[in-house]
Design a protein around this ligand. Structure first.
Ligand SMILES: C[S@@+](CC[C@H](N)C(=O)[O-])C[C@H]1O[C@@H](n2cnc3c(N)ncnc32)[C@H](O)[C@@H]1O
Length: 451
């Protein structure tokens, strides 16, 4: 098999990016857009010693689970990867992905639930980050990155975003252009605006606008005042923040910020708790499913009310605060200073007196609790995609909490960490929750009990 060959393939599985998988000549062929059970004619577009990538030329036998994508730019846009698959089947595939990942790591666990999906898996995102770029013809564009590139794909409407966020981002883009600002040029590093980021409280409708600029002079530019005057007519917009990012990285937000309208944060609810959220603090993008997830965690932990709980990788304190009335004390650690500031404000906002959040990395700060002779009965971890580092795992094991609640957005690192922890802990039922319908991502939650 070599590049440009055309070949008929039976799709035997779907992989971690929802891509179809076939086998031929002892090689794995990844076929984006194909579904298990289909027969497809593909053109080999990449070939190396261990795998090939095939592009669908024709679907010879269609899966009953194939559906028409609802977005006109689906094939080009890098945002979604599952729109061609019925939602029910997406959920089944995601369960398979979790199951296969756990089995690769030989993790022993009680059972794996079906994925908890959404009723209507659309318009669920409460946060959008639109790149603004200058193209070769000098025009500025807003959209999403194409698959595996930084080419901008424009779209009329994005159906996984909240409708108001989607509309507003394009309005703000137009206003910025009218005022003479330009999109960022990745090649030269010139241009003014890199991203428009919008967050909206699902339950409160409060909106935060973050305009990521390439040059600090824009912080003082009088045109930004004019833009504030236009935008503040929209009652839902509670705050507008300028963020400076002049680095040549893929990071969206830079370090410096200037709040040009409002307080720099908005609020939203998860369950009965209200949370302040700022530009740089993590908050689950799917508020409805976040509540489902936290409730499942709470149920699984079977808290008695007398526990000391560590909320590690705590963001704005979402999980610890959610569990605060079911335990005696909560101690949280979070690396992003702004999020810790929000977490401490959130304690006051919710009248919570049994929790404390500290800033720093889990690996550096967890020792502080040991030095203060604070011993957890329960540790909840909700790390970023890279999962737990060995130092933190060592500490967790050393603390020997009776229970560990693990919330994960990456099945691969989840399985790796469960394997390490299962030396001392028995992994209970794992529940995947779909926080990201129509994409390949999946969230998992489980509890580990001390053996
Ligand atoms: C998946 S989020 C979870 C946040 C929170 N538990 C929630 O449910 O909203 C992971 C959080 O870990 C933080 N983080 C990343 N690396 C960290 C580290 N080494 N130590 C502490 N926090 C870290 C991130 O800033 C982010 O807020």
């Amino acid at each position: 098999m070599k590049k440009n060959d055309e070949i008929e393939l039976d799709i035997i599985d779907n992989g971690i990016n929802l891509e179809g998988i076939a086998r031929e000549d002892n090689k794995v062929i990844f076929v984006p857009g194909a579904i298990k059970g289909e027969k497809v004619l593909v053109k080999i577009i990449k070939e190396n010693s261990s795998y090939c990538i095939g592009k669908i030329e024709n679907i010879i036998k269609k899966s009953k689970d194939r559906q028409e994508p609802f977005c006109s730019v689906y094939k080009r846009c890098g945002g979604c990867s599952g729109q061609h698959i019925s939602y029910q089947r997406q959920l089944e595939i995601k369960r398979e992905i979790v199951k296969n990942t756990l089995s690769k790591q030989k993790v022993e666990y009680k059972s794996l639930d079906n994925v908890i999906g959404m009723g209507i898996p659309l318009n669920y995102r409460n946060k959008a980050q639109y790149p603004v770029r200058k193209t070769v013809d000098g025009k500025s564009k807003i959209g999403f990155y194409a698959k595996r590139s930084h080419v901008i794909v424009e779209n009329e409407e994005c159906l996984i975003q909240n409708e108001e966020i989607d509309k507003l981002s394009k309005e703000i883009f137009k206003i910025l252009l009218l005022k003479g600002f330009s999109g960022y040029d990745e090649q030269t590093g010139n241009g003014d605006i890199r991203h428009i980021l919008i967050r909206r409280g699902y339950h409160t409708s409060e909106i935060m606008v973050v305009i990521v600029v390439n040059n600090k002079d824009i912080f003082e530019d009088v045109r930004m005042e004019e833009i504030v005057n236009i935008l503040k007519d929209n009652d839902s917009i509670k705050t507008i923040v300028l963020n400076l990012n002049s680095s040549k990285t893929n990071e969206i937000l830079g370090k410096d910020e200037k709040i040009i309208y409002g307080n720099g944060y908005i609020t939203d609810y998860i369950g009965k708790y209200r949370y302040y959220i700022s530009s740089k603090s993590f908050f689950q993008v799917n508020t409805i499913q976040a509540e489902v997830l936290y409730n499942i965690l709470k149920e699984k932990l079977k808290l008695k009310g007398n526990e000391i709980l560590f909320d590690l990788y705590s963001g704005v304190g979402s999980i610890g605060i959610f569990l605060s009335d079911s335990v005696k004390l909560v101690y949280g650690i979070e690396i992003e200073n702004q999020a810790v500031e929000m977490a401490n404000m959130n304690l006051k906002l919710n009248d919570i007196n049994n929790a404390e959040y500290i800033a720093g990395s889990v690996e550096d700060k967890i020792v502080e609790f040991e030095n203060r002779n604070i011993k957890p009965d329960v540790i909840v971890v909700d790390p970023p995609r890279k999962g737990l580092d060995l130092e933190s795992i060592d500490y967790i094991i050393k603390f020997r909490p009776k229970k560990i609640g693990y919330v994960s957005c990456n099945p691969a690192t989840f399985a790796r960490d469960l394997k390490l922890l299962s030396q001392y802990y028995a992994v209970d039922t794992i529940t995947p929750v779909d926080l990201f319908p129509n994409s390949e991502h999946i969230e998992c939650v489980t509890v580990l009990n001390l053996k």
